[in-house]
Design a protein around this ligand. Sequence first.
Ligand code: HEM
Length: 321
Amino acid sequence: MEIKPEIAERIIKLEEKFKNSGQDMGSYLDGLLYDRYLSYWDYIEVDTLLSLQKTNTHFPDEMIFITYHQITELYFKLIIHEQKQIIESATLTASFFTEKLNRINRYFRILIDSFDVMIKGMEREQFLKFRMALLPASGFQSAQFRMIELYSTPLENLVSAEIRNDFSEKTSIDELYENIYWKKGGIDLETGEKTLTLKQFEKRYTPRFLRIANAVYENTIYHRYLKMHEDDRNDKDLVKAMRNLDVNVNINWLLMHMGAAYRYLSKDKETVKATGGTNWKKFLPPSFQRISFFPDLWSKEEKENWGKQWVNHTFNTENKK
Ligand code: HEM
């Protein structure tokens, strides 16, 4: 039997590959012979993926709620995947940095644009019922959202706004972490105690969050930017991508998310208690949180007006209803 030269050439290359790693090529060829052809459904794991939307109630719209959260978590995964490549890059150039940030911004844009699936896409009456079967779980407990923050900026920029100036980069990681803004959000205003939502979240993820905070010490995305050569730091596309990321995460996504909270948890002048038990009207608005990953990229005035416009607008329109 004649073997075509292009096949022979490949066999020689394969032989070399397997010899280099001390493997027997014949066994691998047997494997190829018996292997099933790859299918779309096996590669994408469609059956597993579609088995993960396990609702807790019989309300049809709960399916939308759980699936959209899962879609968001998958995008968060892709965002972290890009963040890690920036952080781990040994030779970071402005163009590589910008490309990765643009990818992240694209994912956030999709999440921002699609949030009306939550805002408009469910019946309020159903939501208010099925949410009771989900207590005390809350999106507040999204660990990937917190990781995006930890990879983006040092902990001192994530400390609660009203005490942020009391800390510096010299404060220990543990102390900064104890004062991270979202812990404040997890305090029950009536009792002053930590909510169960926060307690469970801390128990599950504190070791992991601290590990990440230590691993990216002086090496967050913000640090990588600040340590670049001045020419790169002034690169217009890079600065634009950094600023877009800050606005996308810390204003635009939060604002869309607030829109959902208003639609479902606000009625006339009353506030429905959130599943996480936070005083969400005080905790969620960007103008209260005042989180900016890259503060040096904003003017004093821009920082003072952080997220304010929309909140004023929303409060006014909500109050008119
Ligand atoms: C109808 C839809 C939604 C409503 C009404 C809603 C409501 C809320 C409320 C009230 C909070 C404050 C914490 C609490 O007391 O529970 C919160 C926090 C949060 N939610 Fe949602 N949420 C919705 C959808 C989502 C989705 C789809 C995600 C995606 C993962 C998400 C992620 C988060 C995150 C990350 C926080 C913490 C925000 C921060 O620390 O600034 N939420 N949500």
